[in-house]
Design a protein around this ligand. Structure first.
Ligand SMILES: [Zn+2]
Length: 441
């Protein structure tokens, strides 16, 4: 064994909100629309050109010409236009490798507004204050952003530790910058901590097999027993959301079929989106803190492989087979969706690796119905959402239902009953049938 440190290359992103003035926001919007149109032009040209004549240089030529001739396409920096072309070509490669569907046109609505800054040296980042940094955005100028993480800039930057580029993305809360960061860090020592099974419950957000649990103090149900639809919002925010939803429904009732959405209605929709985005951020923040904590504490983390889409899909049913308890089930669905189990697993996967630990998945069936003391599935053991009382006359173990499931999950791992984890990556979410994941190669 050598005592030399192993070094590990790491690539990750860091997102910060930009402090843009209203005028700059309009400029950014223009750039994003130009980027989207460039994509559409490229796609149009590609699909119109006969197969034998398709080539990259032809697309490149077309982009250059369009930027010269169409004035409002010129607001997009040339580098960003090149990045659109690169992304488009990559989209086809992903399709040919059966990792994604064919690229298509990007609609004005429902498309995420984004502009790429492919070269890190264009950014010229400075830290100007304990809490603020300044970044150069092409054709916009110097823009402040909140400094919440030490970035490899200035003297800290070198060949191995640097920012390689960024992407500007707009969501309900405004324009953000996502830095692409590359670092060289010492590889972590293998984690010697304990093993833990984790169950995602509705009553306990994350129950651990050793009797601990991770809670965010936001119960799934309101005091009157109904499911809490927006548990990450405060009381006044919930009231505001209700008011906005009522206003939206009222305004929508005046809209005739095929009539454009009025500016007022769109404004209300935007406000609803902002509140929802706030809720999502709070949930993600809790997940980040919790998963970091788990990855630091435990050497091996065992989770069950759940198919969330199938779990939440079936509330309303179909016309032929209407669902039962639709209202109750859809309330539960909202609770499951709000816990965002899939994201927890994604975060745990890379965080466990960063602290030298491992994440293992086990098959899900019956982990919540089986008794973790005697191993039998006896009907009626799951008394309600929260309690598990074993109905096996020789056992009679009782305890929290979520802890019981977590113990079962750990047991499945210990007897070697694990599933192969596909590498984390894109195109696993909206994959059609017959399309293989990136890791299958
Ligand atoms: Zn039992």
């Amino acid at each position: 064994m050598s005592s030399e440190l192993m070094w590990e290359k790491r690539q990750f992103g860091h997102r910060a909100r930009l402090a843009l003035s209203p005028a700059q926001v309009r400029l950014m919007d223009d750039q994003a629309h130009a980027a989207r149109t460039t994509w559409n032009l490229v796609h149009d040209l590609w699909t119109m050109t006969p197969k034998c004549q398709r080539s990259l240089s032809r697309l490149d030529q077309a982009i250059r010409q369009a930027r010269k001739e169409i004035e409002w396409l010129g607001v997009l920096p040339a580098q960003a236009a090149q990045a659109v072309l690169k992304t488009y070509v990559q989209a086809w490669k992903n399709c040919w490798d059966k990792r994604a569907e064919e690229p298509g046109f990007k609609a004005r609505i429902r498309t995420v507004m984004s502009v790429d800054i492919p070269q890190g040296r264009d950014l010229q980042i400075n830290r100007v204050h304990r809490r603020w940094g300044v970044v150069n955005i092409p054709k916009i100028g110097r823009v402040r952003f909140r400094w919440t993480k030490d970035l490899p800039v200035g003297k800290a930057a070198n060949k191995d530790n640097r920012i390689t580029g960024a992407r500007l993305v707009k969501d309900a809360l405004g324009w953000h910058i996502a830095f692409r960061i590359q670092t060289l860090e010492p590889a972590p020592e293998p984690h010697t901590g304990l093993e833990a099974g984790i169950d995602a419950g509705v009553n306990l957000p994350l129950a651990l097999s050793d009797g601990n649990h991770q809670d965010h103090g936001r119960p799934p149900r309101l005091p009157d027993g109904t499911a809490d639809r927006d548990k990450w919002l405060k009381a006044d925010e919930k009231a505001k959301l209700l008011r906005l939803e009522q206003r939206a429904a009222h305004r929508k009732s005046f809209r005739k079929p095929k009539e454009r959405t009025s500016n007022r209605l769109r404004n209300t929709y935007d406000q609803i989106k902002q509140l929802r985005a706030t809720a999502t951020r709070r949930a993600a923040d809790w997940q980040h803190k919790t998963t970091t904590n788990l990855a630091r504490t435990y050497g091996t983390v065992v989770v069950e492989q759940l198919n969330i889409t199938n779990m939440v899909k079936s509330a309303r049913g179909t016309i032929d087979e209407p669902g039962k308890n639709v209202a109750q089930k859809s309330g539960l669905n909202r609770s499951i969706s709000q816990e965002a189990w899939g994201r927890t697993v994604t975060l745990l996967t890379y965080k466990a690796g960063r602290y030298g630990g491992t994440l293992v998945k086990v098959p899900a069936p019956n982990t919540s119905r089986r008794c973790s003391a005697c191993g039998f599935i006896t009907p009626g053991s799951r008394e309600d959402q929260a309690t598990f009382v074993c109905k096996n006359p020789d056992c009679g173990w009782s305890g929290n239902a979520d802890h019981n499931a977590a113990r079962n999950i750990l047991h499945l791992y210990r007897i070697g009953h694990t599933v192969v984890i596909p590498a984390a990556g894109r195109a696993v979410v909206r994959r059609t049938r017959g399309v293989k994941p990136a890791a299958a190669k």
